[in-house]
Design a protein around this ligand. Structure first.
Ligand SMILES: Nc1ncnc2c1ncn2[C@@H]1O[C@H](COP(=O)(O)OP(=O)(O)OP(=O)(O)O)[C@@H](O)[C@H]1O
Length: 302
């Protein structure tokens, strides 16, 4: 693999998709409750081909719930979820995959002792020969894996090496190339840089940009505003299950994005603490008064 750590964002970005094109995936006022727990509420999100939509948020903000809805693991309980402009309600990840929506999770489903090429085709092996003599088409799998990885700019020295010997960043890149090969149009990346050092994160960000440049709509889930800003076209910050910020790149600076994240984390932690002390649900707490606003008059005020 190249360890070239060049800036991942080579292309000049524009904020509005060309020709007002229809989003691949869209949420309109979508939400999800688990019993009485309202994990997500009133979310608007649009994912366009050839663009990276970053979803940021602290622990418990609702990021996992959001990607579970889009990847077909859970169903939304409010609002609308549309794919190619049509409302959908997936009953499982297979249905999402059939519509070209693929999720790459942090704990990648790979077999560490198997070679890279074998992992690339895991569960979708190529075979050859007539039944009952059908057997694995090893040569074609190796060649295809090599071509797909190269097309994404990923150069590994040896596809025979066990996937367990690759770095975390390299494994993420192989998973991205695999999803692209198997027809993903929308790629959901769940905190792909969370466990990585600076250099490996740079490599993964570079391949996120490569997936975008191949025309995929990428949903990049992250805690890290710096990583988001390196590749993002749009930023959605979640806080306690609601959309705290939704802004195109031209509308928000890295500093503002970082402040949103930092402020959000602090406020969320305080609210959780307060809710615990009072023994109430976080949503039952009143919003904090705006800075400089007058306190509400108490009884007896004259
Ligand atoms: N299966 C579930 N049953 C009940 N509550 C849930 C369930 N899954 C999530 N929640 C609640 O929904 C809220 C949002 O959780 P979610 O996991 O989506 O957040 P997150 O942003 O992904 O957090 P993290 O970064 O910690 O994974 C939390 O309050 C969580 O406790």
């Amino acid at each position: 693999m190249t360890t070239d750590n060049a800036a991942p964002h080579g292309a000049v970005l524009t904020d509005t998709p060309p020709g007002g094109e229809r989003p691949l995936v869209e949420l309109r006022g979508a939400g999800k409750s688990y019993g009485t727990v309202r994990a997500l509420h009133g979310i608007d999100l649009a994912v366009h081909a050839g663009r990276v939509t970053c979803v940021l948020g602290d622990n418990g903000a609702g990021k996992s719930t959001l990607i579970k809805i889009i990847s077909g693991l859970h169903q939304h309980t409010e609002g609308e979820f549309l794919v190619d402009g049509t409302p959908v309600r997936f009953t499982g990840p297979r249905e999402a995959l059939d519509r070209g929506i693929a999720a790459v999770y942090q704990d990648l489903a790979t077999v560490p002792l198997m070679p890279v090429w074998r992992n690339f085709f895991l569960g979708s092996e190529l075979t050859k020969g007539p039944w009952p003599f059908r057997r694995l088409d090893i040569a074609r799998m190796k060649k295809t894996a090599d071509e797909e990885l190269r097309a994404m700019g990923i150069v590994l020295d040896d596809l025979e090496q066990p996937v367990g010997t690759l770095s975390g960043g390299q494994r993420q890149c192989v998973a991205i190339a695999r999803a692209v090969h198997f027809g993903a149009r929308v790629l959901i990346l769940d905190e792909p840089t969370a466990a990585l050092g600076v250099k490996q994160s740079g490599v993964v960000l570079k391949y996120i940009a490569a997936a975008r440049d191949r025309g995929l709509g990428v949903i990049f889930i992250t805690h890290n505003p710096h990583h988001a800003y390196m590749v993002g076209d749009h930023f959605s910050v979640l806080r306690l299950g609601t959309l705290e910020l939704s802004a195109a790149r031209s509308e928000v600076s890295l500093e503002e994005l970082t402040n949103h994240m930092a402020g959000g984390a602090e406020l969320a932690a305080l609210k959780h603490e307060l809710a615990q002390v009072r023994g109430v649900d976080v949503e039952e707490l009143p919003d904090a008064p705006a800075p400089g606003s007058r306190p509400a008059p108490s009884e007896g005020d004259g």
